[in-house]
Write a protein that binds this ligand. Structure first.
Ligand SMILES: Nc1ncnc2c1ncn2[C@@H]1O[C@H](COP(=O)(O)OP(=O)(O)OP(=O)(O)O)[C@@H](O)[C@H]1O
Ligand SMILES: [Mg+2]
Length: 331
């Protein structure tokens, strides 16, 4: 199927998603949880993905890493430096993972080996993927632990994951992902367990490293303060579809989609690390149902029109913005 919104500069981008969908098979048929997402991400750019629980954020990232559950299937294209991640043989994808493509998982324990010292786990990526000598890899691991504010990093490197608090494990995961200097980092709510001050420091570090190394970040978050602090652009996901996307500052100050407006009702200031989490929007969040022909937000939308029985396409809406709403142009 042709893309709804052909984006320009396809070749300038590190990552280009085209009609990326994720489907899960079940006894009665299949459910689509990510629905024809098209996005571009350039080197060094940080793209935030926001949306309520169940909107498909994690599955979107998993599909890029080839980590969907057994009943899951991705369709469309996910071009990483021009190579489609969705059709790469497992071995080739494995070579990319941990080297130029790395992910920080929502639950840090799922990707830390409980029986291996933290320092060894971090060093492993450098030794395995970049042939860095062991002693040097360990020294770099300690330096990175220090940069994510793990106290007494040299000693901490000799500890096991269970000896760390949840927030520290999250920082270890961030250190692990940044250490290999990936070209693309998929970060799934990486700073949720951190207190505000540490969170701000770690976000600044991630920004710093992104601009130092040209790492691009797909940053999934519920937290609008995080968006304000680190993201260049933001895409708002609802029921697996992009409802609106654009530059972070514009999206935070003048969202156009009724869902995005509800979501961003309490506008954070760009310099404010203490912004609120997503406010509650009336109605039940939609997720995982059979795909409706209508706009998935229509049942909860205060501005619903008769036209909303059909899904509006995602269309350009001012400079560098796109919007999927029949109210487009009337708002
Ligand atoms: N193996 C599976 N089979 C069927 N449905 C699944 C499977 N795994 C996930 N889903 C469904 O996919 C939908 C999207 O899930 P996803 O984990 O991407 O949400 P999310 O946006 O990351 O939410 P949260 O903010 O809570 O992390 C949910 O409805 C979930 O139930
Ligand atoms: Mg998730």
């Amino acid at each position: 199927m042709a893309c709804e919104t052909p984006l320009t500069q396809m070749n300038a981008n590190l990552l280009s998603l085209r009609d990326l969908s994720v489907h899960f098979a079940h006894r009665g048929g299949q459910t689509t949880v990510v629905d024809r997402v098209s996005l571009d991400l350039a080197a060094g750019q940080v793209l935030g993905i926001v949306g309520e629980s169940g909107s498909g954020k994690s599955q979107l990232l998993f599909s890029l890493m080839g980590l969907l559950a057994g009943n899951g299937r991705a369709s469309g294209r996910a071009l990483f430096e021009g190579v489609d991640l969705l059709s790469l043989p497992p071995k080739a994808l494995d070579r990319l993972r941990g080297a130029s493509l790395s992910m920080i998982f929502q639950d840090p324990m799922t990707s830390l080996n409980p029986y291996t010292r933290i320092g060894d786990q971090l060093a492993e990526g450098l030794i395995h993927h970049q042939a860095v000598p062991r002693a040097q890899a360990l020294a770099e691991a300690v330096r990175m632990l220090d940069r994510v504010r793990i106290p007494d990093a040299a000693r901490a490197a000799r500890r096991y994951p269970h000896e760390f608090s949840g927030g520290m494990r999250q920082r270890v995961m961030i250190a692990m992902a940044l250490l290999v200097k990936p070209k693309l980092l998929l970060a799934d709510e990486p700073t949720t367990a951190l207190d505000v001050t540490i969170q701000a420091q770690v976000l600044d570090l991630m920004s710093e490293i992104a601009s130092e190394t040209g790492t691009a970040i797909l940053f999934v978050t519920h937290d609008l303060g995080v968006v304000a602090r680190i993201c260049d652009r933001v895409a708002v996901l609802y029921g697996g579809r992009i409802m609106e996307d654009g530059p972070a500052e514009t999206m935070l100050t003048s969202p156009a989609h009724p869902y995005a407006r509800g979501l961003l009702a309490t506008t954070p200031r760009m310099d404010d690390a203490l912004t609120p989490r997503l406010p509650t929007i009336a109605g039940t969040p939609r997720s995982g149902g059979a795909m409706l022909p209508s706009c998935p937000f229509a049942p909860r939308c205060g501005a619903r029109l008769p036209a909303c029985d059909t899904m509006p396409p995602l269309r350009p809406f001012g400079p560098e913005r796109r919007l999927a709403c029949h109210l487009q142009g009337e708002t």
